[in-house]
Design a protein around this ligand. Structure first.
Ligand code: TRP
Length: 340
């Protein structure tokens, strides 16, 4: 008999879509919690990874900086090992179907639903001088990102689960009216995912929009990594134990260490027990620097190769928009627009 694997060929593999905003350089937390899993996923799924530049203008961006950070992010995705042949890597703004589907979906989403989004509440408090409509409908744009590609799985952090939920609601609502147009996606929470917290305020997530000493950027030089970890908040009891509630700072450092080295938490704690925080910090620094060094080297190489970068984003947009167009035109036809 034929090899059963080849016999079953025509069915497509489950599709994954995820996105990351080009606002600032990703942090070590983004890498550990999300980006390094993207590479693993590409072995088992058809993956699209999108640089969510349309999302990033919901807060004001400086044009030159936005351009630089967008290019950097693409180079960084390549540097963490994402193969642009195996994965579709693209800029959201290069695929016009995103903005179009977002408009359609806006008309199937309620003000009340959007007002309840915690990220909207947080961000409008933080940017009180610029509470724009884009900030409000941000989750609708994100829903469109996912639905355009009929994604089955969406790897997202905890802070995005509410957005994924609303995406499912919108898709289900639309399908309820028009029949099966969209795949209703599931969240994907990778085994290797760990929540990395701020170095200065370890009860909150490490975020690139906080002060510089709160996070390690993926492009930080070894000196900066060392300095930031040395200054990371710990506590005064001096014992190396894992307990995120009573010892959030030390536990965060332990989490970073284990996430980067692959060592089991019990083993690391047993090995380090009786030692000082200085030793823990030295190990975390070493792990972070040795993880980031090869990525940074590749990053520089990709960033210098303009032709390759351009070819990558051009091909990515072409492949993405072929898939996106199929979904968009189907949705438009169902709504009752006259086909072009
Ligand atoms: N909103 C996501 C974030 O800030 C980025 C994003 C945009 C995204 N579109 C997406 C993530 C689609 C997953 C799927 O992290």
């Amino acid at each position: 008999m034929d090899n059963p694997n080849t016999a079953a060929a025509p069915e497509r593999r489950a599709r994954i879509l995820s996105g990351i905003q080009p606002s600032g350089t990703p942090t070590l937390g983004n890498y550990i919690g999300a980006m390094r899993n993207w590479k693993l996923l590409s072995d088992d799924f058809d993956c699209l990874y999108m640089i969510a530049d349309l999302h990033s203008i919901t807060v004001r961006q400086e044009p030159a900086k936005l351009r630089e950070q967008s290019k950097n992010l693409l180079a960084l995705l390549l540097a963490i090992g994402l193969d642009p042949q195996k994965n579709i890597l693209f800029f959201q703004s290069h695929v016009h179907q995103h903005a179009e589907l977002a408009w359609l979906l806006n008309c199937y989403t309620y003000m009340g639903e959007m007002s309840r989004m915690t990220q909207f509440k947080d961000k409008s408090a933080k940017h009180a001088d610029n509470i724009n409509c884009g900030l409000f409908t941000y989750p609708v744009l994100m829903a469109g990102d996912i639905l355009l590609y009929q994604a089955n799985l969406v790897p997202v952090g905890k802070d995005q689960t509410q957005h994924l939920e609303i995406c499912r609601d919108i898709a289900t609502r639309f399908n309820g009216i028009y029949g099966n147009v969209f795949t209703v996606p599931e969240g994907y929470y990778p085994k290797l995912g760990a929540n990395i917290m701020s170095l200065q305020d370890p009860l909150h997530k490490m975020s690139k929009s906080d002060a510089d000493d709160c996070f390690i950027s993926m492009l930080d030089e070894p000196d900066a990594v060392r300095r930031k970890i040395r200054r990371a908040v710990t506590d005064s009891d001096g014992e190396i134990r894992y307990n995120p509630e009573t010892k959030p700072g030390v536990s965060n450092l332990l989490t970073i260490l284990c996430a980067l080295t692959g060592e089991a938490m019990e083993d690391a704690v047993a090995r380090l027990s009786g030692k000082g925080y200085g030793e823990l910090k030295a190990e975390v620094t070493e792990a972070a620097v040795s993880t980031l060094a090869p990525i940074q080297q590749d990053f520089k190489r990709y960033l210098a190769d303009k032709a390759f970068l351009e070819e990558t984003w051009r091909q990515g947009a072409e492949r993405a928009s072929r898939i996106a167009e199929r979904t968009l035109s189907k949705a438009m036809k169902k709504i009752g627009f006259i086909p072009r």
